[in-house]
Design a protein around this ligand. Structure first.
Ligand code: ADP
Length: 383
């Protein structure tokens, strides 16, 4: 039956788990490929294949059993996805878009080609070339260096302020960006289907944990003037069309102190900046991704309440079996929704879960979120 296409997802982490849960109300057959059924999506999947989504043969064998293949992580074997596409399997996002997105250098060139505003940049293949460019004045401090292919969650990003910071240089081919004077970091989660329908979720603003370089606090709707929200929304629509993506595309933006809106990077899958939609919008980003990749009508993205999303990170100084201190106290607060990813071992700053907090106003949601932040801690059982 055309509305029961067998859907396979590469990746079985927390995003896979939440995708499976979004498919639950439709009792939709969705299958996962990842290394261990003990990963977060394992207990929630109708079918779980153990194998590596980086491995050509594993992805091919898994995909051949599906009608539609999608992802919950970018670092998958794109050659296998291209082969699956040739064999008539529907693959979303399209492998050609995924190849560009996986390489931050190609992503930047794509923005230039499509006249999508982004910070100025240079590409270097080696550290020697980069150091030579500094010597001859082609590259000046400060700058931001990003690993072209190895980064995620801020791990492949180095801020090089001066010559002393050169010891922090990342190895391998890299993208160098000017250091942007950021007023606010914003995000729009957009969605599209094969029929060409596009929908965007309301604009969110992000606050970073400097030490962990991870989003720690996210507010929706963002506290910006309406014209900024409209411009961000239009830009996200332009970007998803340019990439020809079906399913979700999270568009991370910098709103600069001089008033420009620049695209930082994109992710063609459910995104941290869309987690709050589970409770705060008429359709969640996870169900929207399913609608997008299965070419079903997109759902309403209307927000029903202001919300804050907190990432629940492993407490610094704690490594070992996870224990959730303050869990019950937080459940006693109205409008607090705790999501635990079921990872057995906590480590400093490991993403262990997230919490969505709904409020009558942004201020109300922020005040409750601060309370939750003080109460809920992921510690190791032994300590
Ligand atoms: P990742 O893919 O690891 O999430 P990002 O490219 O999003 O990496 O960078 C992580 C964070 O580093 C951003 O959210 C922002 O806070 C900061 N950052 C990245 N690029 C720049 C830049 N060009 N100027 C200033 N800050 C930046």
């Amino acid at each position: 039956m055309s509305n029961r296409k067998k859907l396979g997802i590469l990746g079985g982490g927390q995003l896979g788990k939440m995708l499976s849960m979004a498919a639950g109300p439709w009792h939709y057959p969705i299958h996962m490929l990842d290394e261990s059924v003990d990963f977060p999506a394992g207990p929630y999947s109708m079918g779980f294949t153990e194998g590596s989504f980086k491995d050509y043969e594993a992805v091919l064998a898994f995909g051949r059993q599906m009608d539609v293949v999608s992802i919950e992580i970018e670092h998958v074997n794109t050659e296998a996805l291209e082969q699956l596409e040739k064999e008539g399997i529907i693959v979303h996002p399209a492998p050609r878009a995924l190849k560009i997105i996986k390489d931050k250098g190609l992503q930047k060139q794509f923005y230039t080609q499509h006249e999508i505003p982004t910070s100025s940049y240079q590409l270097f293949d080696t550290e020697d070339e980069l150091r030579a460019a500094i010597k001859n004045g082609q590259l000046t401090f400060p700058f931001v260096q990003k690993s072209r292919t190895a980064g995620y969650d801020g791990k492949g990003v180095a801020l090089i302020k001066d010559a002393e910071a050169l010891s922090k240089l990342l190895p391998g081919p890299s993208l160098i960006e000017e250091l942007v004077d950021i007023e606010k970091e914003l995000s729009v989660v957009a969605a599209r289907n094969e029929s060409g329908e596009v929908a965007t979720f309301p604009l969110v603003e992000m606050e970073f944990n400097e030490e962990a370089n991870l989003v720690e606090f996210l507010l929706c709707p963002a506290r910006v003037a309406e014209d900024v929200a409209i411009e961000a929304d239009q830009l996200a629509r332009k970007v998803i069309e340019a990439f020809d993506i079906c399913g979700l595309l999270a568009v991370e933006l910098f709103w600069t102190k001089s008033g420009e809106i620049l695209v930082n990077e994109v992710a063609p899958r459910p995104h941290n900046s869309g987690h709050h939609t589970i409770e705060s919008c008429l359709t969640s980003q996870f169900q929207q991704h399913l609608r997008g990749v299965l070419n079903l009508p997109l759902g309403s993205t209307q927000a029903t309440s202001p919300s804050v999303m907190l990432n629940l990170l492993g407490e610094p100084g704690h490594t070992g079996p996870a224990h959730y201190q303050g869990f019950e106290d937080c459940l006693a607060i109205d409008g607090v929704y705790i999501h635990l990813y079921g990872k057995e071992i906590t480590k400093p700053f490991r993403k262990m879960g997230h919490i969505t907090i709904l409020g009558n106003s942004a201020e109300d949601a922020i005040a409750k979120a601060m309370k939750v932040k003080g109460l809920l801690k992921v510690i190791s059982q032994s300590s």
